[in-house]
Structure formats: C-alpha cells, structure tokens
Design a protein around this ligand. Structure first.
Ligand code: FMN
Length: 203
C-alpha cells in the first residue's frame, strides 16, 4: 500500500511510529527553575553525532521537559532498561508540573556531576547534557507546529559498573528498552557482530 500523509490511510491506527522502529527511549530528567524535579520518557530520541556527542529529543507539544530544558539549559538522558519498564511507564503520566515523577515512579534522584539536573540512580547509563538549541518546528508549508526539537551536547556519562565487562558495555545484559508503534515495546537481549567491508584495493 501507499498513502499520502495528508490523506486518509484507511488503517485502524497511524503506522508511522511502527515504521520508524525500534526507537531508543531517552528518559529525560530535568529541574524546573523553581527546583522541582521532572522525569519523562521520550522515544523521539537518538544520538545524532559523536564528535562531539550530541542527542536530539522531539516533543509533541510544549511539555514540562521542554520548558525546564529551555529555562535551565540542562538535562539528563537516562536509558530505560527492561527492569525499569514499569517505572519508566509510570513516569509518563500526564501529571501537574509540581509533581515529582521520581517519587511517583519510586526512583532515586541523584544530582548530576556537571549539571544540576538529577539523574535516575537506578538507570544503567545516564548522559548529562547541555542544551545546544531548542527549536519550534516549522513544516514544509511554513506552518508553525506545536512540535519541538531539542539538541543537546553530552558533557558527562554515567555507566553502572555491573554492565561493564572488560571495559565494554554488555548491551545484551543491560537489556535496553525500545519503543515501537502502537503500545508495543522491544528489548535488546541478543547482539551480533559484523565487520565493515575492507576498501577494495585500486588496480
Ligand atoms: C515510551 C514512551 C515514549 C514517549 N515518547 C514521547 C516523545 O518522543 N515525545 C513526546 O512528546 N512524548 C512522548 N511520550 C509521552 C510523554 O512521556 C508524556 O507526555 C509525559 O507526560 C511528558 O512529561 P513532561 O510534561 O514532564 O515532559 C512518551 C511516552 C512513553 C511512555
């Protein structure tokens, strides 16, 4: 099948997020200007480069995380793993800005080393980030949307020693969660290696 995005697709649900899948979950923790902690999962999340390491977050609406990130210029992206699936889901509840989702989800907040924003102590990895840019997205017709893009630079990296083996991250042991479409999730618990092809020698 093919459908044009501005016309009905005839499917029971929009398949877009099931197509762009799996998406890692950036479990974003921030502090408000008033010092209230905030935590929420974002699957419009990824790394975009590694020199320097930068991540993006997409927000469908001007949510508490976006406001806090704009106000403070800082955030932490914790990685959600299978053991923390329920806590991650609890932290997505649409609660008032004055609710601390760390408490709601039974998680421990630990202040960052280089940013004031807290991290999830139970997470196997956390990326401390400083904001490069917060942008309100404009579509191809020039319409100003209510979607927001946050570009952040990673300035500090936390790794739980339990997932380090011979200095390498054991991702299969970490079991990172990923978001698919609909209500679906997946877990990475199998890993395989491939070497990149050698450049053929010129004749
Ligand atoms: C797994 C998962 C992924 C999500 N990804 C996004 C996302 O990428 N963008 C978004 O705007 N909301 C996303 N949400 C919804 C937000 O987590 C939810 O709206 C939350 O209340 C926002 O919190 P905040 O206002 O504290 O930032 C996601 C929810 C879940 C459970």
């Amino acid at each position: 099948m093919f459908y044009e995005v501005n016309k009905p697709h005839g499917l029971p649900h929009n398949p877009f997020k099931a197509i762009v899948a799996p998406r890692p979950i950036g479990w974003v923790s921030t502090l408000s200007q008033d010092g209230i902690r905030n935590l929420a999962p974002y699957s419009f999340f990824n790394a975009v480069c590694d020199a320097p390491p930068m991540v993006v977050i997409g927000s469908s609406g001007y949510k508490d995380s976006v406001r806090n990130i704009e106000e403070t210029g800082e955030f932490v992206c914790n990685q959600a793993t299978l053991d923390l699936a329920d806590a991650m889901n609890l932290s997505s509840a649409m609660v008032d800005s004055d609710v601390d989702e760390f408490a709601l989800a039974g998680l421990t907040a630990k202040g960052g080393n280089l940013v004031k924003a807290p991290r999830v102590l139970e997470a196997k990895t956390s990326l401390e980030c400083k904001v490069v840019n917060v942008q309100r997205l404009v579509d191809i017709d020039g319409n100003v949307t209510n979607s927001w893009l946050i570009l952040g630079q990673v300035v500090g990296v936390h790794i739980d020693d339990s997932v380090l083996e011979n200095g390498m991250l054991n991702v299969a042991k970490m079991k990172p969660l990923a978001r698919l479409g609909y209500m679906d999730y997946s877990v990475t618990d199998k890993v395989f290696q491939m070497k990149r092809p050698a450049v053929p020698e010129k004749a």
